[in-house]
Ligand binder design. Structure first.
Ligand SMILES: Nc1ncnc2c1ncn2[C@@H]1O[C@H](COP(=O)(O)OP(=O)(O)OP(=O)(O)O)[C@@H](O)[C@H]1O
Ligand SMILES: [Mg+2]
Length: 527
């Protein structure tokens, strides 16, 4: 409920009561006095008519006699007697239009205020008596007495107001002021004590208010005690809780520290594994290349021993002087063929070593350099040939010859190698003649490489988890589940691009986008 602000300018209750009474008494006095003046005035008018009758009854006989005997003295005495009557303001005694006696003022309203009384003697009209109503004087008298009455009533009203002022103050106001003081002291000290009235015990409204207030105070005090008890209990519980939380936090911290250590160990293990994964692919490549080089070098050795034999035979013939033209022609022919075989195989071996050198240097050293994408994709392919040659699977590279990249070719090689190895190991698990296509094209500053195989494809679980570290369907059969994670990190971090698995009708397809020129930020970190 909203509290209406207290108006400081309001008069105290006692003053307001006293002023109300004074005003009320003035108004009541004014109304009653006006009514009284009016009633008295009307009464006096009636009285005038009644007195005119009386004059007729008491004065007319003696006045007729005085008139009959022309007794002027008696006429004047009679006239004075009538004039002195209270209601009479004008008297005129006349005979045959001769004024014998006249006193007073003619009224302003002679038609209503004047009476003509005939004076008769022996049934003969001998004169007239005219009497006038003393209206002004009577009105003045009535007003005067009303004024006195009003004054007295005002004094009485004022005294009554004073008495009331004093009584109201004694009975009500001073107690209210005292109660207010007690409440203010309680408010300031925030103690809740009972209110008391400084007077004898009465069973009135003030006592009822004080009793109700005290009941309320008692209830508030009870509530406060309950609140205090509850607060203490709460504080205690809080304390206990804080202690418990502190204990748990400590335990949790220990657990977190242990977990952090474990996590750190795991990270180390993971990077070691990734490192060894890289090296293992390099190792695999070394074995493959060694096997590959074995053939041309073997052929060279065979050819070399053949040449050696030819040369030895020729020497013997030369020393014994038995060289015929035929012998020499045959020797030259054999030599030409052998040298041809030698140079072809040496060239083949040199090419293989060159490719391997490029790729392995890039993989180990991660050098940033410019390279031609088409050439490099073919170089990667030739390092994979030893693996592919043992199968019927085919790799088809479609790439414009003029795409020049500035980036980390070693990372690209690792990515393609891993993808191809996965296609061979997983995609073509039960397939004899699989087909891998690597399509590359340049779109402004971006290179888009679409790698796809037509193998068995990925399950929905593999689709969701393929880039997660340690996800493999070949656990226990040589798979670590780090290959695709490494591919993801190489593409997104080292090559600053993206790799996504694409929906395909058959097999699986990866969409790789990389910038044609990587930004040089810091030393690349492929793990
Ligand atoms: N081309 C693909 N066709 C079908 N399944 C694939 C293909 N590539 C990857 N997978 C699936 O994704 C999984 C994860 O591949 P990933 O290369 O990360 O691990 P891995 O090949 O099993 O082990 P490794 O760490 O030796 O590479 C594979 O186990 C395989 O189930
Ligand atoms: Mg793999």
């Amino acid at each position: 409920m909203a509290i209406v602000p207290y108006k400081k300018s309001s008069l105290p209750i006692t003053w307001r009561i006293a002023i109300s009474i004074v005003i009320a008494s003035i108004v009541i006095n004014a109304i009653s006095s006006a009514s009284l003046i009016y009633i008295n005035y009307k009464e006096e008018e009636k009285q005038f008519v009644y007195h005119v009758d009386e004059i007729q009854a008491s004065h007319m006989t003696s006045l007729a006699n005085a008139l009959w005997h022309f007794d002027n003295k008696q006429i004047r005495v009679q006239g004075e007697g009538i004039y002195n009557l209270y209601f009479i303001g004008y008297v005129r005694i006349s005979s045959d239009d001769n004024t014998l006696y006249e006193r007073g003022e003619v009224s302003r309203n002679p038609e209503n205020d004047h009476f003509m009384i005939p004076i008769q003697q022996n049934d003969r009209l001998i004169g007239e008596l005219e009497v006038g109503f003393a209206r002004d004087r009577i009105l003045k008298d009535i007003i005067y007495s009303a004024q006195k009455m009003i004054l007295m009533q005002l004094v009485a009203g004022f005294l009554l107001a004073l008495l009331l002022f004093w009584r109201v103050h004694r009975i009500i106001t001073r107690h209210l002021i005292d109660l207010n003081k007690q409440i203010s002291i309680q408010k300031e000290s925030s103690e809740h004590q009972f209110l008391t009235l400084d007077r004898e015990i009465y069973n009135d409204e003030l006592s009822a208010v004080v009793d109700s207030f005290n009941q309320l105070t008692e209830e508030i005090n009870d509530e406060l005690i309950k609140k205090e008890t509850a607060q203490k209990a709460l504080a205690e519980t809080n304390n206990k809780l804080e202690q418990r939380v502190e204990e748990r936090t400590k335990n949790l911290q220990v657990a977190i520290d242990e977990l952090n250590d474990t996590l750190e160990n795991l990270r180390n293990a993971q990077s070691q594994l990734i490192e060894s994964e890289k090296l293992s692919s390099l190792g695999g490549m070394v074995a493959g290349v060694a096997h590959e080089i074995n053939t041309p070098i073997g052929l060279c050795i065979t050819t070399h021993s053949f040449i050696k034999d030819l040369f030895k035979d020729m020497r013997i013939r030369f020393d014994s002087g038995q060289i015929s033209k035929n012998n020499f022609t045959e020797f030259m022919q054999n030599m030409e063929e052998s040298v041809d075989i030698l140079s072809k195989n040496l060239e083949r071996a040199a090419n293989l070593i060159q490719s391997f050198k490029h790729v392995s240097e890039d993989q180990a050293g991660e050098a940033l350099r410019k390279f031609n994408l088409n050439d490099y994709l073919h170089e990667i392919n030739s390092t994979l040939n030893p693996k592919l040659k043992t199968t019927l699977h085919k790799v088809k590279i479609t790439c414009p010859e003029d795409i020049e990249l500035e980036g980390f070719p070693g990372a690209l090689s690792q990515v393609i190698t891993n993808l191809v190895m996965n296609s061979l190991l997983h995609g073509f698990e039960d397939i004899k003649q699989g087909k891998i296509t690597i399509k590359a094209e340049q779109q402004k500053n971006t290179i888009v490489i679409v790698y796809s195989d037509d193998g068995k494809g990925l399950s929905s679980e593999s689709q969701a988890k393929i880039f997660e570290p340690f996800y493999t369907t070949k656990r226990g059969y040589g798979g670590t589940g780090l290959g695709m994670h490494l591919v993801y990190n190489l593409v997104s971090q080292t090559m600053q691009g993206t790799i996504q698995l694409q929906e395909a009708d058959k097999g699986c397809t990866f969409l790789i986008t990389i910038p044609a020129k990587v930004k040089e930020i810091e030393a690349p970190n492929e793990s």
